[in-house]
Design a protein around this ligand. Structure first.
Ligand SMILES: NC(=O)c1ccc[n+]([C@@H]2O[C@H](COP(=O)([O-])OP(=O)(O)OC[C@H]3O[C@@H](n4cnc5c(N)ncnc54)[C@H](O)[C@@H]3O)[C@@H](O)[C@H]2O)c1
Length: 363
């Protein structure tokens, strides 16, 4: 049986929009951020959902996150465009970058859009899904500037961020195939969720401050800090390094090194380089049939009937269906931290109490 709290997505979105309104966001910004965060929870990625709000409110109070700002084009070279994120909410800056990238891909068949100096852009799959919904393939290389928490293969301390990679492929009459993950063995946010729940993480994900393996997520939250490991040993490390360079350096942004280290753990700055392709321009009339045939083929691999073989993106799709029907589960510790952030943003106690009454139900 599930324990904890469950929230109806639409109500949770309303609450987050109201909270951000008190923090000072204009309605469109509040709507974009709330939609992005609640969508991450619906997709099952609680590490990048509404649990990010306390950190965003702290980043705002510390003067890093800038409200009601927008991305600005610093160079438009036709199919290649570079944008400055102006420390805006990443949910706004990346929205604007991806919209522009989609327009460029419609015009040129292929586009590259690079965004630097954006505050946290959250779950990258959200941006890929926007490209797929417009009929495009997209590939996203992302770095996290100056916030090292992952050790290089063979190293014993943190040197770079959790640098996600994301690829989407739109399908006809089926949900898109979606690869979307951190190049660390687990996302940092998943250590936060495990830490709040008092649960250990799997083997091979963490080392402590001495570089020794550990399962305790507290090493990422309480000094002396340890490090995340990359997934798949040297292979994940190599991919993380390419996300750092294509995301951070190619975008006109910054990579992580001594001069770019952030003073605050709450100020999360992302750079993202996105390549968007129109699949219709390839000479591949069987593309969709070939894709379907491959999907069917892998699913026929002998498996435990209780655990069907899935394709990338299916996990999120099932979570979305379940959570839209049954609500979004959230642990009490995360929820209390969000309520505290709401108070800090200026939400009056009476309004918070009303939302709490409408939102919460204990299973
Ligand atoms: N903005 C940032 O700085 C930042 C940094 C790191 C991660 N993130 C985001 O964090 C989120 C979580 O990352 P993560 O590393 O925890 O992801 P994860 O380990 O949960 O992996 C998710 C990927 O694996 C696929 N998948 C899951 N189960 C599968 C199965 N049984 N068969 C086939 N494919 C399967 C999913 O469809 C998805 O593509 C991502 O959305 C990522 O974009 C963001």
């Amino acid at each position: 049986m599930q324990t904890g709290l469950r929230f109806q997505a639409a109500k949770l979105q309303e609450f987050v929009e109201a909270l951000l309104g008190y923090a000072g966001s204009e309605p469109q910004e509040a709507r974009l951020v709330a939609d992005h965060l609640v969508s991450a929870n619906l997709a099952g990625h609680d590490s990048h959902g509404v649990g990010m709000i306390p950190s965003y409110i702290r980043s705002l109070a510390q003067g890093y996150l800038q409200l009601n700002q927008h991305a600005s084009v610093v160079k438009d070279a036709g199919a290649v465009v570079t944008l400055e994120g102006n420390a805006a909410f990443g949910q706004v800056a990346a929205h604007e970058a991806i919209q522009l990238g989609i327009e460029k891909a419609r015009q040129f068949g292929l586009a590259a859009v690079a965004l630097h100096n954006s505050h946290h852009i959250g779950r990258i799959g959200y941006w890929a899904e926007k490209c797929a919904a417009a009929g495009f393939i997209s590939i996203h290389f992302v770095n996290v500037v100056g916030d090292p928490m992952v050790a290089p293969f063979g190293g014993k301390d943190s040197r770079f961020g959790t640098n996600p990679l994301c690829v989407v492929f739109p399908r006809k009459d089926a949900p898109p195939l979606l690869l979307d993950y951190a190049t660390s063995a687990i996302a940092f946010g998943k250590t936060r969720v495990a830490w709040h729940k008092g649960e250990p993480v799997a083997d091979g994900c963490l080392i402590d401050e001495q570089g020794l393996p550990t399962n305790d997520p507290a090493v990422m939250h309480v000094a002396p800090l340890g490090s995340l490991l990359t997934f798949a040993q040297h292979k994940g490390y190599a991919m993380a390094a390419m996300c750092e360079i294509l995301g951070g350096a190619l975008s006109g942004g910054k990579t992580t090194h001594q001069e770019t280290l952030q003073a605050s753990v709450d100020a999360i700055f992302n750079c993202m380089t996105t390549i968007i392709l129109n699949p219709e321009l390839f000479d591949a009339p069987d593309m969709q049939q070939q894709t379907d045939a491959f999907v069917e083929w892998v699913k026929q691999s002998p498996h435990d009937p209780a655990q069907p073989v899935q394709v990338p993106g299916e996990w999120e799709m099932h979570n979305r269906e379940t959570r839209l029907a049954q609500g979004i589960p959230l642990d009490e510790s995360s929820w209390n931290a969000i309520c505290q952030a709401a108070r800090e943003a200026g939400m009056p106690d009476a309004e918070l109490a009303r939302f709490r009454g409408e939102l919460c139900s204990l299973n």
